[in-house]
Design a protein around this ligand. Structure first.
Ligand code: SF4
Length: 194
């Protein structure tokens, strides 16, 4: 049996945060998302900045979820950051629409694009926020799933809005940086399959 006061592992913390977010968004927000994110951190017992950021993104996801779910998958796009690629082995070409994965199975991007293909969802492998905005203006999707570090996700939320007009979901990288970043593929699959 697990110790009562044993520290929560990442999956347990995520579950607690998601439960809290689901309850809070169901009754409506009466304060700022960052204030609530800090409160959740205290309640869940993790004041780590990483979890405050995760909570902030989850609140955005919670507020957009129902709007996002009603958009047909063919009208959504997925933005994948190129920093997830296997920098040593990757030979994917690039053009104005970003990188084009060769599906060589040497990094997680292969799993993400295969999941998109299976669900008939368009995807773009991009280098940053300005490329995202250009692609949104060019292809005019009706909803977006963004995979990125916290700063890029927050910038995209500010620039693209959200809500019923242009709903979005975000998955925050679990290890960020410029190269060989990491992400939880289960979180991505869950949001692709919503
Ligand atoms: S699976 Fe795609 S992104 Fe990953 S290393 Fe191969 S070509 Fe590059």
């Amino acid at each position: 049996m697990a110790e009562k006061n044993a520290p929560l592992k990442d999956d347990g913390i995520k579950r607690k945060i998601r439960d809290f977010v689901a309850r809070a968004t169901a009754v409506g927000l009466h304060t700022s998302i960052s204030d609530i994110a800090n409160r959740v951190g205290k309640e869940v017992g993790v004041l780590d900045e990483k979890w405050v950021k995760y909570t902030t993104i989850e609140f955005h996801n919670g507020l957009n979820r129902e709007f996002y779910k009603v958009v047909p998958k063919k009208d959504r796009v997925v933005f994948i950051p190129h920093c997830l690629r296997n920098i040593k082995e990757c030979k994917m070409p690039i053009d104005e629409d970003g990188y084009h994965c060769l599906k060589c199975d040497k990094c997680v991007i292969c799993d993400i694009v295969k999941e998109c293909d299976k669900n008939n969802m368009k995807y773009f492998i991009v280098g940053g926020g300005s490329q995202v905005i250009n692609i949104v203006n060019k292809y005019k999707p009706k909803a977006v799933l963004g995979i990125a570090c916290f700063n890029e996700l927050q910038m995209a939320m500010e620039k693209l809005g959200g809500g019923s007009r242009f709903p979005g979901q975000g998955v925050m990288l679990k290890k960020d940086g410029c190269v060989n970043t990491q992400v939880d593929i289960d979180e991505i699959r869950e949001k692709i399959n919503m």
